[in-house]
Design a binder for this molecule. Structure first.
Ligand code: SF4
Ligand code: SF4
Ligand code: SF4
Length: 244
């Protein structure tokens, strides 16, 4: 059974502690950021090789009321990962899955992918996550803090969250907790939902329409022909935690 992160967006205050903790743990440098001309408090504007985690800000007008939604974006660590399925067609084990945690990991072998192959891998990701270091060709993204987990610690972003918006644990426990929390939130937020819980190991609990957070808040069907069938099969998989 894999490990799972649950991100309850109803508790997120956009403090960006998780974004900074991720950079700190992975020793990632700062980016030059911009406020003027971009019109958003979100910074930086997108995931990049120096940001495996990005708190996205989205403003929406709902019946005359402005709603400001926050979405701490990162790799979902798919149960069957389209990026790995696509990468395996070109270089075996450049992208691997940790048997114990379920984390999808990009190894040094990813430097061997051509730019075109990288673009194909990126396009196969239903959440638009993979990024590539221009100078080295290394593919990068969230690692689930696999090194920390193997040493008995939670992911850095989870550890840093001051509001309890992020939880980490065994997949079955997180799924059970997510369903219970969803039932509570549904009373005040009828549109509350879990984003693709049967197929990913980073599960978002949303209280508004997915498109009111981020284009890729739920899986987009931009995935390659060889992996599409497999990915959809995981979406159709019975929700085991609910049956127990
Ligand atoms: Fe790969 Fe994208 Fe799934 Fe992450 S979210 S494991 S990058 S396919
Ligand atoms: Fe960053 Fe680790 Fe959180 Fe992934 S799990 S976003 S690598 S801190
Ligand atoms: Fe939201 Fe927690 Fe991240 Fe702060 S640390 S932005 S509250 S998920």
């Amino acid at each position: 059974m894999s490990k799972t992160i649950l991100i309850d967006t109803s508790r997120c205050t956009a403090c960006r502690g998780c974004q900074i903790a991720c950079k700190e743990w992975h020793g990632l440098p700062a980016n030059k950021t911009y406020q003027v001309g971009w019109g958003s408090h979100q910074n930086p504007q997108d995931l990049n090789p120096n940001n495996y985690k990005l708190v996205r800000f989205s403003e929406n007008l709902d019946n005359g009321v402005v709603r400001w939604n926050f979405f701490p974006d990162q790799c979902r660590h798919c149960e069957i990962a389209p990026c790995k399925e696509t990468g395996d067609m070109y270089i075996e084990e450049a992208i691997v899955q940790d048997e114990k945690t379920g984390a999808i990991l990009y190894t040094d072998k990813t430097k061997g992918f051509s730019k075109e192959q990288f673009e194909e891998i990126r396009e196969s990701c239903p959440y638009n996550i993979p990024r590539r270091q221009e100078q080295t060709g290394l593919m990068v993204k969230c690692t689930m803090c696999n090194d920390r987990i193997h040493n008995g610690m939670p992911p850095a972003c989870v550890k840093s969250c001051p509001t309890g918006a992020m939880q980490f644990g065994e997949r079955a426990d997180m799924l059970k907790f997510a369903r219970e929390r969803l039932a509570v939130l549904k009373k005040d937020w009828p549109e509350a939902m879990l984003a693709d819980p049967d197929s990913v190991n980073v599960i978002f609990l949303l209280i508004d329409k997915p498109e009111h957070y981020h284009k890729y808040a739920v899986a987009q069907a931009n995935i390659g022909p060889l992996t599409k069938q497999q990915f959809l099969a995981t979406l159709a998989r019975p929700f085991k935690a609910m049956k127990g």
